[in-house]
Design a protein around this ligand. Structure first.
Ligand SMILES: [Mg+2]
Length: 432
């Protein structure tokens, strides 16, 4: 199917976290509000349009925001509330459209292709937008066009409180005059490189020969060139089919040792959250499965605020395990799965997480990126060091594992996620 016949809506809440705060406390409406961080430390997570006028933007240090806008009101924020509000919006959409993708905590793509014969897509989308505003009290904007990229650029151009249709014949004229940084996913380095070459408008980028773009920026360059030309073949991925990540451990001999079960669970969650963070994803649902020695298998799951943090998920996993493990019987398998994944970064300060803890995760992830996933682990899941026949501790070099010399760094990292976790207690298998 060509783009010409496709109808994709991109819906995005306006200043989502701030809007949830305003709904709770209407006295704040019209004021410069900053969520996350504070005047001394931390980072701006979201800010009201009144604060943006002063140059404040997300990811800016709180201290700088305070300098730019001294009258700004800092709100601590709660990821729990934002996740619930996100759920309210998704529930309205799920009841009205057959095919949608939840792209982040406050963004949805809807594929209306084929439906346009029954509804006018623009009419449908603006009614849906009004319903969301009425039922949730939260402002939202949307773009409607022939693919995800153009729809998203459309949304960004009409924000806040706007809606914009870019039909097929208008795609190029719409994109041409825009600055190249309006293309979603263009990184800082790429943006700099292109600006240095004098490429500032999307039109200029679109007119560069395709093979030259490939020479300069490789595959990424080709992708950008396509987007600049209004081409995007990526499908709307149904929310429920979005991949989950999981891992399970089968014990070599059935076990009833609760403290090592909990340690194994912690280890599994730690590996999964590391993978989540490296894919820049957040989860909103955790599932724990246990299998008794008689093969009886039981599962419990819990909806949680969007997160990618170890401590919160480990506590949840232990809690679910406690609820599951009701029989005094040996266990042969234990598994954890994280699902309802959306794109996003962990927001510092919106949990009961301290900045120190967040820094710790970042530092740990960096070490893992270089030396492998098991190079840093929580003390509770470390097994006793292996010793040689003279009783000397065998030094472990994660870069040199027998039989793995020929593997690429990426393969080595992946295989370790699968096989690590107290290998003397059991074998971990990665699930998709
Ligand atoms: Mg938004």
């Amino acid at each position: 199917m060509t783009d010409k016949e496709k109808h994709i809506i991109h819906m995005d809440q306006d200043a989502f976290f701030v809007s949830v705060e305003l709904r709770k406390n209407p006295d704040l409406i019209g004021k410069p509000i900053i969520v996350g961080g504070n005047a001394d430390r931390g980072v701006v997570t979201s800010c009201s349009y009144e604060a943006r006028k002063f140059g404040v933007h997300a990811a800016m240090p709180g201290r700088m925001a305070k300098q730019l806008c001294p009258q700004a009101i800092f709100v601590r924020g709660s990821m729990d509330e934002y996740s619930k509000a996100s759920q309210e919006i998704t529930e309205i959409i799920v009841n009205r459209v057959p095919l949608f993708e939840k792209a982040s905590i406050d963004e949805h793509y809807i594929d209306m292709t084929g439906m346009d014969k029954f509804f006018g897509c623009m009419k449908f989308a603006s009614e849906l937008r009004q319903t969301i505003i009425k039922e949730t009290g939260l402002p939202i904007s949307f773009g409607l066009s022939v693919n995800k990229t153009v729809a998203k650029i459309g949304t960004n151009e009409c924000k806040p409180n706007g809606q914009k249709e870019v039909p097929f014949p208008e795609v190029r004229p719409f994109l041409n005059p825009l600055a190249i940084h309006k293309i979603p996913g263009i990184g800082n380095a790429t943006y700099k490189k292109l600006s240095e070459m004098g490429v500032r408008k999307i039109q200029t980028l679109a007119e560069i020969p395709q093979d030259l773009m490939f020479k300069i920026l490789g595959q990424h360059g080709l992708g950008l060139w396509q987007k600049a030309n209004g081409i995007d073949l990526s499908p709307v991925v149904p929310y429920r089919e979005r991949k989950s990540i999981g891992t399970q451990t089968t014990f070599e001999s059935d076990s009833m040792d609760i403290s090592s079960m909990k340690a194994i669970l912690s280890g599994m969650v730690t590996n999964l959250t590391y993978e989540l963070r490296s894919q820049q994803k957040l989860t909103a649902c955790i599932t724990v499965t246990i299998r008794y020695s008689n093969f009886e298998t039981v599962t419990q799951q819990a909806r949680i605020p969007y997160t990618a943090l170890d401590s919160f998920l480990i506590a949840k996993a232990h809690d679910l395990f406690k609820r599951l493990y009701t029989k005094r019987m040996l266990l042969r398998l234990i598994g954890v799965k994280l699902s309802h994944l959306v794109n996003g970064y962990e927001q510092i300060g919106l949990y009961h997480t301290s900045e120190e803890e967040y820094d710790l995760y970042q530092a740990m992830d960096k070490v893992r990126d270089h030396y492998g996933v098991e190079s840093v682990v929580k003390a509770c899941i470390v097994k006793r060091p292996e010793r040689d026949k003279n009783g000397k501790v065998i030094k472990y070099n994660p870069r040199k594992i027998k039989g793995e010399e020929h593997k690429t760094e990426e393969e080595r990292k992946r295989s370790r996620i699968r096989t690590f976790i107290n290998s003397d207690l059991g074998t971990a298998t990665k699930l998709d």
